[in-house]
Design a protein around this ligand. Structure first.
Ligand SMILES: CC(C)(COP(=O)(O)OP(=O)(O)OC[C@H]1O[C@@H](n2cnc3c(N)ncnc32)[C@H](O)[C@@H]1OP(=O)(O)O)[C@@H](O)C(=O)NCCC(=O)NCCS
Length: 186
């Protein structure tokens, strides 16, 4: 299954994407605003993928240009059918693609898919309070700050606050113009 819109594609993550995932997450500029405890290792990521690909509580997508160039990752974790919610994560690993509106579009596409195809009611995330780019994106899309996790992480010896943010289906304001879900093989 592929989600397409505004010249961007979200396609299911594959095992062959692991070297890029490791490269992106370990890039010191990219991971400055990522909440991860340890650098990724290829061997462990390949093993992780074998489990993750069959895990119905997550959806992992690679963000591609229409020319098929992979530029990042977006996905849902901890999908709860009972509570109709999930956590979202996003990393645009290719920094040349930052600041072009792609982060906004891919979040908008993922939210539409979450609410309309998966029938979820709420998407939430945890972000650094100083991640200006992601804050601008999520505010535009209707997310609200639900709380601040005070001094929740110790990064380079400094205690850091995090925001827990969330958007309800009824609050979602899309910012993409086109949207298409293409089934596999079509
Ligand atoms: C955060 C991220 C997804 C943003 O993606 P992007 O494609 O650059 O975002 P956009 O181009 O849609 O920009 C969104 C807004 O932030 C602004 N912006 C982008 N980079 C910025 C920066 N470094 N500082 C301040 N504002 C910035 C844009 O001008 C835009 O504002 P606007 O809506 O008022 O025009 C991307 O930078 C990224 O993957 N960073 C590393 C990982 C990360 O932080 N992930 C999210 C948290 S888990």
């Amino acid at each position: 299954m592929i989600i397409e819109g505004d010249g961007i594609r979200l396609r299911a993550m594959e095992k062959a994407d692991m070297p890029l995932k490791v490269k992106w997450y370990n890039d010191p500029v990219v991971n400055k605003t990522l909440i991860i405890d340890e650098p990724l290792e290829l061997e462990k990521s390949l093993k992780w993928f074998e489990k993750a690909k069959d895990d119905s509580s997550r959806r992992d997508f690679v963000i591609e240009t229409t020319e098929g160039e992979p530029i990042g990752i977006i996905g849902l974790l901890s999908i709860s059918q009972k509570h109709r919610n999930a956590e979202c994560i996003c990393v645009i690993g290719e920094k040349d693609f930052w600041g072009k509106g792609i982060g906004s579009v891919v979040h908008s596409l993922l939210l539409k898919y979450s609410f309309e195809e998966l029938g979820l009611n709420k998407i939430w995330a945890v972000i650094y309070t100083n991640n200006t780019a992601i804050i601008k994106i999520v505010e535009k899309l209707g997310f609200k700050i639900e709380g601040t996790l005070r001094e929740d992480k110790c990064i380079n010896g400094k205690m850091i606050d995090l925001h827990r943010i969330g958007v309800l289906k009824s609050e979602f304001i899309s910012c993409h113009k086109s949207y298409k879900v293409v089934a596999k093989g079509q």
